[in-house]
Design a binder for this molecule. Structure first.
Ligand code: PEP
Length: 247
């Protein structure tokens, strides 16, 4: 059976002092983890956190990557630069980037391609807004978002991690029920099957107010292969409980 992935998304939180305390607690508590574990940290802390997790089961991830390879793009961070700091995963297309930075499906697809070319696993986020869910458009939206990434990345699509993150569940305390999440994950799995012979090995993780109390049920669904965890990843005890619920 493939190992699940529990990835924390710190968003724009942290400090040198706070990171040290959090990561030391995570390293101490995750030695026996049965799943893959990662923390996606703000870019300035990649080197610090890389040092703190050395020799542990925890991998380091970034939260975004430039769609460009190099050049006059002030403020951007390239995939090659992330790789220089031992970055193993990179979120792409998080709904906060789609919403606040105007990232389109096409841009997200190119970012995934940049990450893959640098040897970084992109964690491609898809998900519908509340209005889209209420209009019965959930499947159409997530399929459109994934289709762009499949179109640009071809057979490499089996190398990505896919994260289903309903926008209405992110940071709101509202979680999709395990059945609601499983239904969308099954749709995404079917779409991957049509694109690659290796769809079964793609990890499709769920994100949206996952916490210590609801992780177990979500992670028991057949097509839920892990979690992308925001708020609860900033508290060592909570994040460790979620890791313990995964296999
Ligand atoms: C996220 O930011 O990817 C996320 C899932 O956040 P939260 O767990 O806080 O809803």
């Amino acid at each position: 059976m493939k190992k699940q992935l529990i990835a924390g998304n710190w968003k724009m939180n942290g400090s040198v002092t706070a990171n040290e305390a959090l990561v030391k607690a995570l390293v101490a508590g995750s030695a026996q983890a049965a799943c893959h574990v990662a923390v996606c940290v703000p870019a300035p802390y990649l080197a610090q956190v890389q040092g703190l997790v050395a020799g542990s089961v925890i991998a380091v991830g970034a939260q975004d990557v430039s769609q460009h390879e190099s050049g006059a793009f002030t403020g951007e961070v390239s995939a090659g630069m992330l790789k220089d700091f031992g970055t193993r995963y990179c979120l792409v297309g998080h709904s906060e980037r789609r919403q606040h930075h105007g990232e389109t499906d096409a841009v997200v697809a190119i970012k995934a391609q940049r990450a893959l070319a640098a040897g970084i696993t992109p964690v491609v986020c898809v998900g519908e807004t509340l209005a889209e869910r209420e209009a019965g458009r959930t499947e159409e939206v997530v399929k459109r978002q994934l289709a762009a990434v499949i179109h640009t990345n071809g057979h490499c699509i089996s190398e990505i991690v896919l994260a289903y993150e309903p926008v209405w569940a992110i940071g709101t305390g509202k979680t999709a029920t395990p059945e609601e999440a499983q239904q969308v994950h099954a749709v995404l799995r079917a779409q991957l099957r049509a694109a690659t012979d290796h769809a079964e090995r793609v990890l499709i993780v769920y994100g949206g107010s996952m916490n210590a109390a609801n992780a177990n049920q979500l992670l028991s669904q057949p097509d839920i292969d892990g979690g992308l965890v925001g708020g609860a990843s900033l508290k060592a005890a909570d994040f460790l409980s979620i890791i313990a619920a995964a296999h």
